[in-house]
Design a protein around this ligand. Structure first.
Ligand code: ADP
Length: 256
């Protein structure tokens, strides 16, 4: 409600202004809550690399002062830690942006064929590096969905990158695109990696959830990739279906 100060009359325009400012305050409160959640999560995850950076700086200032070989080694570890922190901040910001628009359904008509080809090209340096071949199985006809191109690129980048990273030993990752016309569109990413024990599958899309400590040590990642995938797919009214067999590999299906 607009409260008129006693003895003053407020013109219609001023009234509108007051109303606007009341609305802005409730929006600000909501943003404030989200910001404090974001800060809590981010600070927890950033603490480890920051502590290690401080440790290295102290070593460089003290014991390693006259030792160029040690300095070089420490500096390259420090660069790795700083890169990890940037990746974390980028992912956290993606999540926080997605939360802000979670109630708006994306509405561009998107053909998934060029989206998937673009993602394969973007991941070539990584897949080459890991010695993994990404095989695309695309139909002749376009397969259209209503969506947001950049967000869909992010979904398939995360899924195919995971298949390459965790399924590296299987050497091949298959990406099938199905549907179009009256059939629902489906993208299936299959790897021949170690698979995921079934008790972990329901928790994969939780923020910062990683299946094993070995994964977080040996594979670069933030534990936020599948949380981002889930947020984007919810906005797209699409589902993520995970099938996995330990020792045989994993299959991540996006069904629109
Ligand atoms: P990360 O940044 O750790 O890759 P994600 O949210 O993308 O985070 O994945 C969460 C965890 O799920 C990973 O740390 C890994 O343990 C597991 N995971 C994801 N994809 C696969 C896969 N294709 N094969 C085996 N494990 C996987």
């Amino acid at each position: 409600p607009v409260v008129e100060p006693e003895g003053m009359s407020i013109s219609a325009d001023r009234r509108k202004l007051y109303l606007l400012s009341f609305r802005d305050i409730s929006e600000l409160r909501r943003l404030d809550r989200m910001r404090s959640d974001f800060v809590a999560n981010a600070s927890h995850e950033l603490r480890t690399p920051l502590a290690s950076l401080r440790g290295f700086i102290e070593t460089l200032q003290g014991p390693a002062k006259g030792d160029p070989a040690a300095q070089e080694r420490f500096l390259s570890i420090m660069l790795e830690q700083a890169t990890r922190m940037s990746r974390l901040v980028d992912d956290l910001m993606s999540l926080s942006r997605l939360e802000l628009k979670s109630h708006i359904a994306p509405d561009q008509r998107i053909d998934l064929k060029p989206v998937l080809s673009h993602v394969r090209d973007a991941l070539l340096p990584l897949s080459d590096d890991l010695g993994v071949e990404i095989r695309m199985h695309l139909p002749q006809e376009p397969v259209e969905v209503l969506g947001d191109r950049d967000e869909l690129v992010q979904v398939f980048e995360n899924l195919i990158e995971n298949a390459c990273k965790y399924g590296q030993d299987g050497k091949v990752v298959d990406v099938h695109l199905k549907g179009g016309g009256d059939e629902p569109a489906e993208v299936i990413v299959t790897d021949r990696g170690p698979g995921i024990p079934s008790e972990h599958v329901p928790r994969l899309t939780e923020r910062f959830y990683r299946v094993s400590v070995a994964d977080s040590r040996s594979k670069k990642g933030t534990g936020l990739g599948l949380a981002i995938v889930k947020h984007i797919l919810t906005r797209h009214r699409a589902r993520l279906i995970v099938r996995s067999q330990v020792g045989e590999g994993s299959e991540f299906t996006v069904r629109f």
